[in-house]
Design a protein around this ligand. Structure first.
Ligand code: GLU
Length: 906
């Protein structure tokens, strides 16, 4: 670059110009069929000759020679002939013959101007050639940007045999696009190849072929069903807009491409009108419009202009002496490489937009129009592309949406569906009623598609899916059911209880869900449980009963021990005799047990504790019994009022744990896919069970599964969606939904992948959701029609189940009791110490010996309920006086066996 700049600088300021000859000759080589290029060449020469600011003193002689496509020998010979008369430059040809011409020109350093798409991408700056065709790599980037902005994911890439794929190199670098490469044979039948694309359900196609083949290939694509609303094409030919695609106008196919010629430009319009009206001058009649102008013709025009301007500029700085040359004796022009360098440094606004070259001598800076075939006006510009800014669409979403809505009107969609209550059903006696077409069907989904059609103004024709399946992938990766019909273009819309899931989303497009649901279990309603003989035990759980029994025994034993320890429970058995020989306690073991049970049963007892410690125990025990008995009574009432149902399963986990009750689902739906793909151990276990079960637990369709539940009488549970279960349990009171939903999903309307109408359908569904129409439809078809509401109100959960009280419910009472008992024991011990200290003070014995004696007696295994009166007590202390008041009652307990007196001395 620096070198060229320096060179030009020197040329301008140092070189002394001697002037260009009065006439210079340029040679244009054209294939015989390229009449438009030829005319463009002649026209461009005329324009140069008539322009005052380009080579004003020189006449350019444009020589035209026809060459045949592959005859490079004759073409070279023709160049040699003209070399003899002196040539300043050679243009063309556009076939591969140009390679030979270029080597010839290189040898003589004769400028060679090309306008062809060069697959070999030679580095032009090192030779005598200049190519005005946009650089293939940059073009490839343009295709990539377009495909990316459409969001294509699965693309068939058709390219011509022998092409180097250079122009698609950048495109194929796309990581997130799955390309299926297909090489088009040079000519003839391409249908086998197109059929493969159809079989793979690919709807997005990049067609990289010359403009001459476009029509033929699209015709063949049409024959194999690859031309429809659901197919989109990106064509790489820059001459796309010259192809007449009128025959595909009503197919709805989406064809997009690029154009480098802006037909609205005044230069283009002028050139075209001059060519058309100057037909006599250029020797050919031309049927041409701005849109039909080919890139090669426009480039030839631009090339002649660029060349002439460069020559003009060079003339000012260098002597351009043109001399005859002979192909047999090597010679070189003196200006050739300088002229080529000048051309590469120039900038020009031509018919193909701005012409400039990058540092490497490639035309990488250009702008393209994004054009789309529209059914109203052939090709329409929808945006522009530039290397720096990428794609820029000029139409907004509203325009696109309006166009789609327009395309929808008065179209007739083929709607595939499946018969499942209450989504789609045959009208009862439809044959007898003479119903036909859509009138044969009724149901929620039938009304829904009708409402959508009213919003979007299209017609539709409902049919039931041929194979009776919803749509799932088989082992070979092939779809069945409604999904297959969409893929095979046997239907345009699928509606019904068709769940949206990931697998299906990869094959077809779904609208916004119109109904939310989830997998659940349909099962026969549980039978009434026969009343149990021991149902009175139900209000408490087993551990509560055990804890209660333990508490009872604990309290009784504590009463017994404390009564023996505390001095205040030892009473005078004969209140009339103030100095009894012995004292007696009422709380022997049996009486303690009796006291505790009497309290527990709320009956009371005919003796009561006197000592503080025992009273503490008694108070807490009564509190305990109060709470426990109240809780028991309340819960027993609940147990007696509810019907106990004998249901062997209450959740999916229960089903998974057992093998007696068989369970299954629809064999080609989303439920089976859920279990098959689940990573949750319970569902994986259920899937293994279902898969291995013989006879099969899978059903052809939903009605078959429901029937099986009814007939199996509890032997079969059917897993399907809760919306369907809700409909069934409304009408069939023997059926019930078990547990909640295992997942969460929705039903959607499916359309073929890439359908332009999905957005419009989604908007219509949203509209219906927001206006509550779908809710109204749901109420109508679930609760009202065909016996809805027959099974009445469902029992509320609180009534249908009464739960036994566990330790968690009543544990606090036990804690209070336990703390109370500990407190009572401490008080009892305190009483014991206090009395022992008192007795020890009166008598000679030490307090320790006194305590030991008393403790030994209290804890002796014999459990005596009488003991001898100690001296101090006999004299009469306050305690004995208290005891006197209860003497009569105490007397009853005096004798507890023949040994009662034997231990009096102990
Ligand atoms: N709604 C399901 C589907 O679209 C069919 C019923 C089922 O699988 O439970 O496949």
């Amino acid at each position: 670059m620096c070198f060229i700049g320096f060179y030009l600088f020197l040329s301008v300021f140092i070189y002394t110009s001697n002037g260009i000859p009065d006439s210079v000759r340029i040679l244009g080589l054209f294939e015989s069929e390229n009449q438009m290029e030829e005319i463009a060449f002649r026209y461009a020469v005329d324009r140069v000759n008539s322009a005052r600011h380009v080579l004003p003193r020189t006449r350019v002689l444009g020589q035209v020679e026809r060459v045949s496509l592959r005859d490079s020998f004759t073409a070279s010979k023709k160049v040699c002939n003209f070399l003899r008369y002196g040539l300043v430059g050679v243009f063309g040809p556009s076939s591969d013959t140009a390679t030979h011409i270029q080597s010839l020109c290189d040898a003589f350093e004769l400028p060679h101007v090309e306008t062809r798409y060069d697959r070999k991408r030679k580095r032009y700056r090192d030779d005598s050639a200049v190519n005005l065709y946009p650089h293939p790599e940059t073009l490839s980037k343009a295709y990539y940007d377009l495909v990316k902005s459409w969001g294509w994911k699965n693309v068939a890439l058709l390219y011509e045999q022998g092409s180097s794929l250079t122009e698609l190199q950048e495109l194929m670098k796309a990581q997130d696009i799955n390309f299926h490469l297909k090489e088009l044979p040079l000519e003839g039948d391409v249908r086998p190849l197109l059929k493969e694309i159809r079989k793979d359900s690919i709807s997005q196609i990049v067609l990289a072929c010359s403009s001459k083949r476009i029509l033929d290939i699209l015709r063949q694509a049409n024959q194999v069903g690859l031309i429809s609303t659901y197919h989109s094409y990106v064509l790489t030919s820059l001459d796309l807009q010259t192809v007449d695609l009128a025959e595909f106008r009503d197919s709805g196919v989406n064809i997009t491409g690029y154009s480098i010629i802006d037909p609205t430009k005044s230069e283009v319009a002028n050139a075209v009108s001059d060519w058309v009206f100057g037909e006599l001058r250029y020797g050919r009649a031309l049927d041409l419009t701005e849109k039909k102008l080919t890139v090669s013709a426009a480039l030839i025009y631009d090339a002649v202009l660029l060349f002439s301007k460069a020559l003009h500029d060079l003339d000012r700085s260098q002597d351009i002496s043109v001399r005859p040359m002979n192909c047999n004796s090597p010679d070189q022009t003196t200006y050739g490489s300088a002229l080529v360098s000048y051309m590469k440094l120039m900038e020009l606004d031509g018919l193909t937009g701005s012409i400039k070259f990058d540092g490497r001598g490639y035309r990488t800076q250009f702008s393209l129009d994004i054009i789309e075939y529209s059914h109203t006006e052939d090709f329409k510009k929808i945006g522009t592309w530039t290397p720096s800014y990428g794609t820029n669409f000029t139409r907004n979403y509203q325009d696109v949406y309006a166009q789609i809505i327009e395309g929808l009107q008065n179209r007739t969609f083929r709607v595939t569906t499946i018969l499942t209550q209450p989504y789609v059903m045959l009208v009862p006696d439809w044959e007898a009623l003479g119903l036909e077409g859509n009138d044969r069907f009724e149901g929620f989904a039938v009304e829904l598609i009708n409402d959508i059609s009213e919003i979007l103004k299209f017609n539709y024709k409902i049919h039931v899916v041929e194979d009776g399946n919803y749509g799932s992938l088989d082992a070979n990766g092939q779809w069945n059911g409604m999904i297959k019909e969409l893929l095979d273009q046997k239907a345009d819309v699928a509606i019904g209880d068709l769940s949206i899931n990931y697998d299906r989303e990869t094959a077809v497009d779904f609208t916004t869900p119109f109904l939310n649901t989830g997998i659940s279990i349909l099962y026969k309603k549980a039978q009434k449980k026969p009343p149990s003989l021991f149902s009175f035990l139900l209000p408490f759980s087993v551990d509560v009963w055990i804890y209660m029994a333990t508490a009872y025994l604990g309290v009784s034993v504590l009463l017994f021990i404390l009564a023996r320890i505390t001095p205040f429970e030892w009473l005078n058995p004969h209140p009339c005799s103030p100095n009894p020989e012995e004292l007696e306690t009422q709380f022997n073991l049996l009486n303690s047990l009796w006291f505790a049970i009497g309290s527990l049963m709320q009956q009371g007892c005919d003796y009561l504790p006197k000592a503080v410690s025992l009273r503490l125990v008694a108070a807490l025990w009564w509190f305990f019994t109060l709470i426990m008995i109240s809780s028991y009574t309340a819960n027993l009432a609940a147990f007696l009022t509810v019907e106990r149902m004998d249901s062997p399963i209450e959740s999916a986990e229960d089903l998974a744990k057992q093998t007696k009750i068989k369970y299954g689902c629809v064999g080609s739906g989303s439920t089976i896919a859920f279990f098959r793909d689940s990573k949750i151990p319970t569902y994986q276990r259920m899937w293994s069970f279902m898969e291995s079960a013989r006879p099969s637990v899978f059903n052809k369709n939903t009605p078959e599964g429901i029937d099986r539940v009814i007939k199996s009488n509890g032997g079969y549970a059917f897993m399907t969606e809760s919306a369907t279960i809700e409909y069934q349990t409304e009408r069939n009171c023997d059926l019930v939904q078990i547990g909640g939903n295992l997942d969460s999903k929705g039903y959607g309307v499916a359309l073929p992948h890439g359908s332009p109408f999905t957005g419009a359908f989604s908007s219509a569904v949203l509209q219906l959701l927001e206006s509550n129409k779908i809710l109204i439809l749901k109420t109508k078809w679930w609760k009202e029609k065909h016996g809805g509401g027959r099974c009445g109100k469902k029992e509320s959960k609180s009534l249908s189940s009464a739960n036994e009280l566990g330790l968690a419910n009543v544990g606090g009472v036990f804690v209070v009791l336990l703390l109370g008992l500990i407190a009572a024991s401490i008080v009892g011990l305190f009483e014991f110490f206090w009395k022992a200290r008192k007795l020890a003070g009166d008598e000679v014995e030490s307090i320790k010996a006194e305590m030991f004696k008393e403790l030994k007696f209290a804890l002796s295994c014999s459990g005596e309920d009488t003991k001898p009166v100690r001296k101090r007590q006999r004299i009469g202390d306050s305690d004995s006086n208290i005891n006197r008041n209860s003497v009569n009652r105490s007397a009853i307990w005096k004798s507890n066996g023949p040994n009662s007196n034997n231990n009096s001395n102990s």
